[in-house]
Ligand binder design. Sequence first.
Ligand code: FAS
Ligand code: PHB
Length: 389
Amino acid sequence: MKTQVAIIGGGPSGLLLAQLLHTRGIESVVLERKTKDYVLGRIRAGVLEQGLVKLMEEAGCADRLHAEGYVHDGTLISYGDEMFRIDFTEHTGTPVIVYGQTEVTRDLYAAREKAGGRIDFNVDDVVIHGADTDAPFVTYTVAGEHRRLECDFIAGCDGFHGVSRQTIPLDVRREYEKVYPFGWLGILSETPPVNHELIYANSPRGFALCSMRNENLSRYYIQCSLSDKPEDWTDEAFWQELKRRIPADQAANLVTGPSIEKSIAPLRSFVTEPMRWGRLFLCGDAAHIVPPTGAKGLNTAASDVHYLYNGLRDFYEKNSTQEIDLYSQKALARVWKAERFSWWFSSMMHRYPDQSAFDLKMQVADLEFLRSNKSAQKAMAENYVGLPY
Ligand code: FAS
Ligand code: PHB
């Protein structure tokens, strides 16, 4: 079998790239390890930058996003019972859209199916061959049947635990990592959100986040120990802890209910350089991970896709390799800014086991400066809504 672009991974990165390439008549095949339902069952990101919204529009997949997504002009930040607002539109003229990653992925699957795009599910034993040659190919199995996919390029969109990054030789790769000493326990509940905007809460008991998917589907997180398991937390225990971490007036309005999903995500900052090796291009979580505090994971995957799509389009339409040759440099320039913002916001909002009294004073000073300084708020807003591509 032969295609132009072999895409490993059927998450948002791989699907968005496949659909954008399709709009220019560029063929691809997506290889996904799991089933579509499994991919759609993962509850992840909730906030979309305008850059991702524009890419979904370019891919012809933004109708439901615009119909059902929620425009958010700002976010709330609390510490103890204090709370203040960062106004995105005042500082940047740009809002964000609250629309779950699951729905983004669902829309992309629907578009690929409508276009007759090839997606092989339940693939195993994916191996990338000849990425450093002009004739790369991918071998894999489906239900024990061996397959070989000849291609011009390979997009490694297979997430943090995929095979693509590992294909780049260790003497070529440089990896940078910071593992955080806590996780996020998240629940989904069919209850109205506690506030119409997100609340990022710093409390003496740890971080909490109040988010949502729609007017009757809320998403809440509390910082938890890495030794915790979801089953260690009853719904009641979760709600009680959340109420103790958000301002009292917000806690008084919190509508609780049974969790319909409960999971714990570890937090890490991670970047691998370069994001290209020969004909292999890493995209999204395959190349970088951020703590979800700044809502940058999915959105930075989107800017990777933007750069790679433009590079591949120019290769096929203009016979130019200029943009693919600049891919890693351009993508990493934006990745590191997202890493910085996510690390800074996480440092300001979480409780760290080794924090001294001075460290805690620095957190409060950071929060007070952000609360009182318009330039600090503008910088926060510019990072949150998404730096330019
Ligand atoms: P993904 O991991 O989404 O997709 C990779 C795909 O490749 C998967 O479907 C996987 O099955 C497949 N795959 C893996 N190995 C393969 C192989 N060998 N062969 C074929 N296929 C293979 N970001 C936010 O902005 N906000 C959040 O709140 C947030 N919460 C998160 C919670 C968790 C638990 C995790 C893990 C991530 C979270 N993220 C969040 C980040 C997340 O949204 C990612 O940034 C986003 O999924 C990136 O998309 P992809 O790069 O497509 O990677
Ligand atoms: C979410 O709604 O899942 C969400 C929102 C903002 C974040 C992280 C997660 O920073």
